[in-house]
Design a protein around this ligand. Structure first.
Ligand code: NI
Length: 208
């Protein structure tokens, strides 16, 4: 009986220790989140972002990365059936561009490369992109070419089953926005959720 009476007391320090471990773990993860964002931008750094692609734009023209030489590009990978993330990202992009000083916005070509080439035909993109911004370019292509472009930009995407069967499928994808320079080289990126004002200020500084 004595032993049994003692054991609940003995368990208290153990529980405290476990609680402390969880708190430490939580703090650690929290700090990591603050430093690295949600984790999807860890690949940005010494790794090369961007590269050659061969796609079709929403007007039906065949384009490569060379078509945009001399212009800054804001490159986003998304798709027109995206229920929330893409419209938010593109909305922020458009709002940020509208805040730029005269001349700077004209130096930037915003580009959305679809991660859903099977449904995002050039016709579908032609209906979608002008609704966001007159300068927005929609790019699509074969599944292989899109995969190649995504790989060059270190973009992850994968089809997932939608909960709503009417939607068919959704496409999970990285939601980073890349600013590429007039030479086609990576300048900087913006994480999903970057406020438009912050993005505009950074673009104002980066775009010469
Ligand atoms: Ni999306």
């Amino acid at each position: 009986m004595k032993k049994q009476a003692k054991s609940p007391k003995g368990i208290v320090p153990v529980l405290l220790f476990v609680a402390a471990l969880f708190i430490a773990l939580g703090l650690g993860l929290g700090v990591r989140y603050l430093l690295l964002g949600s984790g999807d931008n860890q690949s940005v750094g010494p790794v090369t972002i961007g590269g050659p692609f061969s796609l079709v734009d929403h007007t039906g023209a065949e384009v490569t990365e060379r078509n945009y030489l001399g212009k800054y590009r804001l490159v986003y990978f998304g798709y027109t059936y995206c229920p929330d993330v893409c419209p938010t990202s593109l909305g922020t992009l458009v709002e940020a561009m509208s805040k730029l000083s005269a001349g700077k916005a004209d130096k930037i070509v915003p580009i959305m490369i679809t991660v859903d080439p099977e449904r995002d035909t050039k016709e579908r993109l032609a209906e979608f992109v002008p609704a966001f911004h007159p300068a927005l370019v929609g790019l699509t292509g074969s599944v292989e070419e899109v995969a190649k472009a995504a790989k060059a930009y270190r973009v992850y995407f994968a089809k997932v089953k939608a909960e709503d069967p009417n939607l068919g499928y959704l496409v999970d994808h990285s939601a980073l926005l890349y600013l590429m320079g007039p030479d086609g080289k990576f300048v900087r990126h913006f994480s999903h959720g970057t406020p438009a004002a912050e993005m505009a200020a950074a673009l104002e500084e980066s775009v010469k």
